[in-house]
Ligand binder design. Structure first.
Ligand SMILES: Cc1ncc(COP(=O)(O)O)c(C=O)c1O
Length: 408
């Protein structure tokens, strides 16, 4: 048992103390975006009130403070992910930009016709569409690890999928549609055995469980700040130093160059080579504050608390008639997606909203997976450490009312 005072933690989130449609807000859309604690909101405000200036450019006090804050945040991300070197962290807008960066740099420089990009059938569009675009440009082919009936990856046939043509394996750590926690270290080992480079989409894992990129053994890992208590518009890409050093830049502009003539330019070392233009400095400051905040609670504590919340939610859902809960029983990430025979996901989420309950209904940016499962979409409840067991009991009561309302 942990000694965390979860009620005290919850009180750090000002947005949660409000009414929606006359009821206390019950926010269960955390997989889409998390809420922000006062510490993060204050850190961003403090930055703008005291330190705001552009980074790496000016020889004045504020610029040097802004640069220290920005680079300090990079160090926090590096430690948070267990990276060996701070230079292995590139700031991005989020998970999507991290994946696009790898596709447009490492991918464009290394893939050719006949190569295979291995993905899984449970990828978010952001870990699918960039590879489709790259495949169209290079002639590489896409191949998919199937999803088994229980929502886990079908790993039996993995050996056959890892042919020598596989040059990259990009997979989701925790599925945002099913809640599946994929065995990242095992998958990276299998990829390494055929010399394939690995990318882990950590959008749903980075804020919910201990993550160490060296233990996972991946080449790239990417996540979004807004899902881990930080502001929107900031995220990070971890890349192994040897790979980042060999990769060409993506966007060109200020900040990423050493010297420029009218004809050509030379580039800085990573990570700056990949950060053209003025970065999201305030976002990085907020991300650093979010990391401090999460580390103050402890990711193992968060993981265990998430598991308790998720188990309670799943129990409520499984007791309901005509409801199927997707994804493996355990372990599972902090979400539960359901298919109700008696209501379309959009109708169910609209009903929930009238009761102050924020759920998400739809394809969750995994259209091919929904098509494979023959579902129009699902209704998803997703949790974070500030949710309570009482809230999940209230969710159960609202959904039981919904059942009475729709199944007449
Ligand atoms: C598994 C997964 N990958 C990628 C993303 C994309 O994240 P972002 O929109 O922050 O770039 C999400 C967001 O929902 C996600 O859940």
């Amino acid at each position: 048992m942990t000694s965390i005072d979860w009620a005290k933690v919850r009180a750090d989130f000002p947005i949660l103390a409000q009414q929606v449609n006359g009821r206390p807000l019950l926010y269960l859309d955390n997989a889409a975006s998390s809420q922000k604690p006062r510490a993060v909101i204050d850190a961003v405000a403090r930055y703008y009130e005291h330190d705001n200036a552009n980074v790496h450019r000016g020889l004045h006090e504020l610029s040097s403070r802004a640069t220290d804050a920005f680079e300090g945040a990079r160090g926090k991300v590096a430690r948070y992910l267990g990276a060996e070197h701070t230079e292995e962290i590139v700031f991005t807008r989020g998970t999507t930009e991290g994946i696009n960066l790898v596709a447009n740099t490492w991918g464009a420089a290394n893939l050719k016709a006949g190569d295979v990009i291995l993905l899984t059938e449970m990828e978010h569009h952001s870990n699918l569409v960039p590879w489709q675009m790259l495949a169209a440009k290079t002639g590489a082919k896409l191949r998919f690890v199937p999803v088994a009936d229980d929502g886990s990856l079908a790993l039996d046939g993995l050996g056959e999928l890892f042919t020598p043509e596989v040059k990259l394996f990009a997979f989701v750590h925790v599925s945002n549609s099913l809640g599946t926690i994929n065995p990242a270290a095992e998958l990276c080992r299998a990829a390494r055995a055929v010399g394939a480079v690995t990318l882990v989409d950590g959008a749903q894992s980075a804020g919910h469980m201990p993550v160490n990129v060296r233990e996972i053994g991946c080449d790239f890992f990417t996540f979004s700040g807004h899902k881990i208590c930080a502001p929107t518009g900031i995220g990070a890409l971890y890349g192994r130093r040897e790979l980042l050093e060999k990769m060409p830049p993506w966007q060109g502009g200020g900040e990423m160059i050493v010297s420029v003539t009218y004809e050509r330019a030379t580039y800085k070392q990573p990570p700056h080579k990949f950060e053209a233009g003025t970065p999201n400095i305030a976002g990085a400051v907020g991300l650093g504050a979010a990391i401090d905040y999460i580390e103050g609670i402890g990711r193992q504590n968060i993981f265990e608390h998430d598991a308790e919340l998720t188990a309670r939610a799943v129990r409520h859902l499984e007791e309901m008639p005509g409801v199927r809960v997707l994804g493996p029983k355990a372990p599972r990430g902090a979400l539960a997606a359901l298919h109700a025979e008696w209501a379309h996901p959009h109708d169910l989420t609209t009903f929930a909203n009238e009761h102050g309950l924020a759920l998400r209904g739809g394809h969750h940016c995994t259209q091919p997976l929904m098509r494979k499962l023959r579902l129009p979409g699902t209704t998803r409840a997703s949790f974070y450490f500030y949710n309570t067991l009482e809230e999940l009991d209230r969710m159960g009561a609202i959904l039981r009312e919904a059942h009475k309302f729709f199944d007449r």
